[in-house]
Write a new protein. Sequence first.
Length: 227
Amino acid sequence: MPTVLIIGAGLNTGKATAETFSAAGYKVAVASRTQKLDSKYPYYAFDASKPETVPTLFEKVTADLAAAGHTSRPENPFDMELEEFRRGQNINTTSPYYAAREAVRGFEKLGPSGLGPDGGSFLFVGNGLNTIALPGFMTFAVQKGATAHLIHNLALAEYDGKPYKFYYLDERHADGSYVTNDLSGIGHAKEFLKLAKDSKQGPWNYTFVSGKGYEKFPPVEVMAWNP
Ligand SMILES: NC(=O)c1ccc[n+]([C@@H]2O[C@H](COP(=O)([O-])OP(=O)(O)OC[C@H]3O[C@@H](n4cnc5c(N)ncnc54)[C@H](OP(=O)(O)O)[C@@H]3O)[C@@H](O)[C@H]2O)c1
């Protein structure tokens, strides 16, 4: 039975993803600092600000199941102190780097027959900041953008030809503008399942509209803050 580990599993995207994958026959494990989802999903206490604990998380999940965005005031983009910068980098870049490494190790251990016809998938919830400059969001953009580079390389260079897929998901409104608090949990969950079930690597920078799927939008270099 395929297994999915949802890191940062909360009541929106995490819950919808757990339900969607569970209904599709996956074993679902969830990780966050506090348990928010139904106890039917094996829960792992995990703090993404501590990337050194990522291998232990994966070891525990494998053994059991066999298998923050900072905003600055636009007039002061350098308002973040080093410790907070490092913490955000840990959450959005270093822990995802480590998580991708452990995921690939799991894929390699399973091998093509263990992975099954769909192959293995590593899915990261990003946003438009990897390509769009937005006043007040510089440090968050640095963090998400670094992970976009990670996914880009893994998808197109490092594991090209392997049955592994890597995606940076960026939900947009139908007109291409970014989503904020209206992020759709169920919209993400459906795309996750679709991508997990498709054996082929699609566009790694997966801009999508909830309920519609992948859409390529014309590049926009800078946007005004307009929540
Ligand atoms: N596409 C876009 O433009 C867009 C727009 C908005 C948001 N986003 C992205 O969407 C994602 C979250 O959305 P959501 O609606 O699913 O949020 P959510 O329902 O609030 O769930 C996020 C969960 O992450 C967990 N978490 C927070 N800090 C953590 C840490 N240090 N270690 C482990 N888990 C942690 C929290 O649980 P605990 O507190 O219990 O740990 C929380 O329940 C973020 O990656 C965000 O950047 C994208």
